[in-house]
Design a binder for this molecule. Sequence first.
Ligand SMILES: [Zn+2]
Length: 278
Amino acid sequence: MPELPEVETIRRDLDKEVVGRRIKTVEVKGERSVRRHKDPKEFCTRLEGHKITGIRRAGKYLLIDLDGDEVLVVHLGMSGQLQRAKGPKEPLDKHTHVIITFTQGGELRFVDPRTFGELFVTGANVEAEVPELDHLGFDPIDEVMSWGRFGQLLADRHGQLKTLLMDQKFVAGIGNVYSDEILFAAGLRYDRMSDSLSAQEIRRLYRAMVETLTEAIKYRGSSLADEQYRDLFGATGDFQGQHQVYDRAGQACRRCRNPVVRVKVNGRSAYLCEHCQI
Ligand SMILES: [Zn+2]
């Protein structure tokens, strides 16, 4: 599932590619992708004729601002992709569910093989209308926080670090892949309790979080074995080659050469080096 670095990569590309464009027509081929609307026609009507004025990110959600105080919200789910296309002559992926055509020419397509992703239009007060975006935690890239404040937030919770990093109400945008990479970079185990960290460990965790996510954005995100994450132009990310522990069970730790191990946490896999992480 795309996490902060992948969604941020798409946000930056959209910012260059579609801001200032006006939506001419919208075609819905897969109704499940617009399931929050009572029918696809309502979804299309709220978009057609509007100009895109900006692109924001809230955790793993993309917020496409439109004139007239409307916001198109995009959640990529497990396998959703936004694709830039020159026009209708460009071959259509068979999992294309929504096609947005601009008056200036060109298209933005939503492709999603597993259909967990979705698009919907809300008013400008997004937090009030979308329960998932209400009470979202701080953004580790956009919001600069003192490590003292971060330590206070950790101490206020009594939770295992991996579970807490993936809790969108605590910090927004981190999922299964980057929580493992951040904890390796910090030298901390997934099951350390958040209120047990020393001042030095709090600083290490904060720095590891910011640096890992920033580095991953620089590499345009991670495409995992399924290669379902693609950028706006259909290219995979490059950060998977930099992964230290995620999906590397049995392989040598890049730091100490002991094998990386996989454990189950809340029904999902977590990867760690038991020598480098305490
Ligand atoms: Zn190691």
